[in-house]
Design a protein around this ligand. Sequence first.
Ligand code: PBG
Length: 329
Amino acid sequence: MITGKFPALRLRRNRKTDWSRRLIEENNLTPNDFILPIFLIDGKNKKQSIKSMPGVYRYTIDKLNNLVDRAIKKGIPMIALFPYTEKRKKNDLGTEALNENNLVCRALQRIKNKYKNEIGIMCDVALDPYTSHGHDGLLQNKYVLNDETIKILLDQSLLQAQMGCDVLAPSDMMDGRIGEIRKYLDKHNFKMTQILSYAVKYASSFYGPFRDAVGSKNLLKGNKKNYQMDYRNSDEALREVALDIKEGADMVMVKPGLPYLDIIKKVKENFKIPVMAYQVSGEYSLLEYGIKNDLTDRNIILESLISFKRAGANAIVSYYADRLDQIIK
Ligand code: PBG
């Protein structure tokens, strides 16, 4: 690797001027690197702030046009929809997930009708926004049932595809669900609906603010450790990815992001598949909190986001997605 030595070799030469630094830059961000999450809420003409995520809001469906227009204008390739579900619509089985008039379905139809393929729409496949216990699947004696949960996820997947979802993103961590969902979609003639598997999803405390945003925080019973991954492990992450690719995943997600850059890199190096990284709600809040207290400036956001690219992520789900120009400036 080293091709010379000091004093003939001076690495600072290339760093001396701004143009030279720009010339040798290895990584950068463009709008194409982002997926914008959008929180949905029932009602009319509401833009509701989220206490644990300053600067992020929940929107009613009639307010979406503005947001989506702006995302398209900025060149963001995809949005991700997340519903805040009223408590009275939740139950043990999460049946609201299969209601074709639920928030996500209505938003999907509305956006797809108006914008066609101008922007991609991604939806989570999981039951946690809809269950009274806050878990991603069916609960029996504190254990989330695998095969029984998959049966419901199949119908949730198909419904969302029918409503116009482009990219289904199973975030539930059940074993075998990617293969089952692929088969089910194909059988119903949704052969081109993409699957972005949350293949590597850790049981993380960084999801706290998100659970507040979707209204599952105070409902969650226990933790998600019997299905989401242990953050002490990385070999296991590669096994998860290998399986999901075999089962038909088009892309994979690593989540959370910043504390798991090593995993992003390993997945990219081992599988050469599109890898998405999720800069999750806790990372967002941490950055916002740091900035508010004047510990540093907004460049910490850029620095964090670039680290995802350096690690090998193709794109980043980020609550900053549509404000990047302000951040860079
Ligand atoms: C639901 C889901 C979660 C997030 C995305 N989809 C939370 C969880 O698994 O508890 C977290 C996103 C974030 O923290 O920003 N399965």
